[in-house]
Design a protein around this ligand. Sequence first.
Ligand code: AMP
Ligand code: GLY
Length: 420
Amino acid sequence: MKILILGGGGREHALAWAIKQNPKCDELLCAPGNGGIADIATCHSIDIENPKEVVQFAKAQSIDFVIIGPEAPLVLGVSDALRAADILTFGPSQAAAKLEASKNFTKEVCTKAKAPTAAYAYFTDVKSAKEYIQTQGAPIVIKADGLAAGKGVVVAMDVKTALNAVENMFVGDFGAAGRKVVVEEFMKGEEASFFVLCDGLNAVPIGTAQDHKRVGNGDTGANTGGMGAYSPTPILDHAMVQKTLDQIVIPTLKVLNDSKTPYQGVLYVGLMIKDNQPRLVEYNVRFGDPECQVLMMRLGAQALDLIEATARGMLEGEKVNWADDHAITVVMAAKGYPDTYQKGSVISGLEALPKDAKNMCFHAGTKASDVGLTANGGRVLNITARGDSLKEARDRAYAMADQVDWPEGFYRTDIGWRAL
Ligand code: AMP
Ligand code: GLY
């Protein structure tokens, strides 16, 4: 098979790494890719958010299978365009991608599915939103309805912060995405995420993970795209996974299927767990980044078989061969991230790192240049390792991170602390 992966982050490097190990993959292309992906695939700079351009490229290259990594192309209809051109594609339709593109849509689906989630109200004017917040009190959560690059959520611990947040959203902090707002009950508990491959009505769980969203040790400081993750997460044990499938995932798939927008792809199920009960925080229509890195490390080559079965609508009866092990990934980011940071600093020492089924440095924002490998983004490297225990995986990942020579980078030193 000639396979094209869309995306250029650590998530796509991990996907490429796992897929490349499967003998079914004859040739691997990636657009746009990055400095690490370039070692195992040919990278092409096309506009992956332009459905026409993607279809043209895939046809010109005689691609057999397209795997879409990030949400933006999905939300813009790239998967629909590819399927309309008879190209096998992994990733939900534009209509089903609303699960990530609109918080209000997800809430409506949850209501129909009777899936446990936070109570909410939806507003398209600032006055009613503020009145509602006054009657509800704090803590309370304000969410821009549309995509806001992960920054559209304010967890307000007091009413003043909540009122400010809606005001800012309505004056256009998040563009059109913010002029519709979901105001939501604050949920206490422990967060974890759960990943499920779906081909309409069939659902095959492919792992649990816990991300570390705050920039600093001990979960302090600003929110980021994720500073590290590990899998599996103990709070999502077998019983909790089953409960999440029965109460949240399967009813959601049924609602989508009944409304003629069946879901095909990976469903990222963000959960808050308290008193042995999972509640939905959010859905995303793609793999998490960096959660994908730990999932791929544990799945290896079979990831391609599973992803292909999903795209072909043949998930029924598919099983994952689990090794009873653990994986962890530590994100190395450019100093200053998630605020302003410099691009272009040189990273060395990567050649000496082990590269095998248990240790990998996945690249996120890197670029090959005349002076060597340079940083080309906020989150730059994902040092990923696997072990019989989480501690073994962690020790191995941090030993690798210590070997990277990148004075302009930093990383959290406590990834996995909740489980350890
Ligand atoms: P979201 O983009 O919906 O995942 O929200 C981003 C983050 O905000 C989540 O990962 C949670 O940490 C937090 N959050 C979102 N909704 C709630 C809620 N209803 N209660 C408590 N925390 C929340
Ligand atoms: N790591 C969080 C996300 O991918 O949304």
